[in-house]
Design a protein around this ligand. Sequence first.
Ligand SMILES: NC(=O)c1ccc[n+]([C@@H]2O[C@H](COP(=O)([O-])OP(=O)(O)OC[C@H]3O[C@@H](n4cnc5c(N)ncnc54)[C@H](OP(=O)(O)O)[C@@H]3O)[C@@H](O)[C@H]2O)c1
Length: 264
Amino acid sequence: MTQDAQSIPRVALITGATSGIGLASARLLAEQGHRVFIGARSAENVTATVKELREEGLDVDGSVVDVRDSAAVTAFVQAAVDRFGTIDVLVNNAGRSGGGVTADIADELWDDVIDTNLNSVFRLTKEVLNTGGMRHKDRGRIINIASTAGKQGVVLGAPYSASKHGVVGFTKALGNELAPTGITVNAVCPGYVETPMAQRVRQGYAAAYDTDEDTILAKFRSKIPLGRYSTPEEVAGLVGYLASDTAGSITAQALNVCGGLGNF
Ligand SMILES: NC(=O)c1ccc[n+]([C@@H]2O[C@H](COP(=O)([O-])OP(=O)(O)OC[C@H]3O[C@@H](n4cnc5c(N)ncnc54)[C@H](OP(=O)(O)O)[C@@H]3O)[C@@H](O)[C@H]2O)c1
């Protein structure tokens, strides 16, 4: 698949693109013809991912960023602009799981989940609109990786669910605000997707319910009408579509990729 007809390659910025959904999205957007700038906290993983994608013939670069750090986010967006030019597509993907029995949740855990998953989306979006130059364009794409947990409550996942509901609310408000400008804002809501994060989530539930991970896996699979986890590539497919010109009239939406898990 190629990028929509145009002469200058579009620039895409993706957080958390060294693993799982972010990595699959970076690869697809680059295959579509975007110049893709990636970020994550591990310098080693950023370097290895850039190398891997370049060896596939893709136009990718990146730098370290912690999305919880405003100064780091500013430097990250500036680095992308210096390398590839102003930003056409932002994918807010970096995120973490986190929860437990709500009455026992440490304040620090609550704050970190909200900061990583929700505050970061505001932080990156504002920076890309300003430093990234998107607010001066007549076409842009902001794609936030939320979750079906952003539409329904997840037991033992109050901070995660709250953060992702926040991302969906932010998406709807900003989508309506920017609709007249040609910048679309949408949330992609994965259900269960097989990634390192999904493994950590299963470990957490196995410990909480005093059982093993295979039992948790079977329990989760049985809740999914499709009978299996989605793949990172299936989620990336929607990201790639939302980045296209054809998706220009889709904005302020929260769209599920979840094997039928969410009917909302
Ligand atoms: N997997 C699922 O079942 C599922 C379902 C619904 C929604 N989601 C959402 O999809 C997104 C991606 O999840 P995934 O499953 O692909 O996770 P993953 O495989 O664990 O990858 C997470 C990525 O985010 C980066 N990251 C984490 N914290 C960061 C921070 N503070 N600053 C910058 N980068 C950070 C990680 O790199 P470093 O650790 O090096 O920073 C890594 O590149 C998340 O927002 C998650 O909530 C996942």
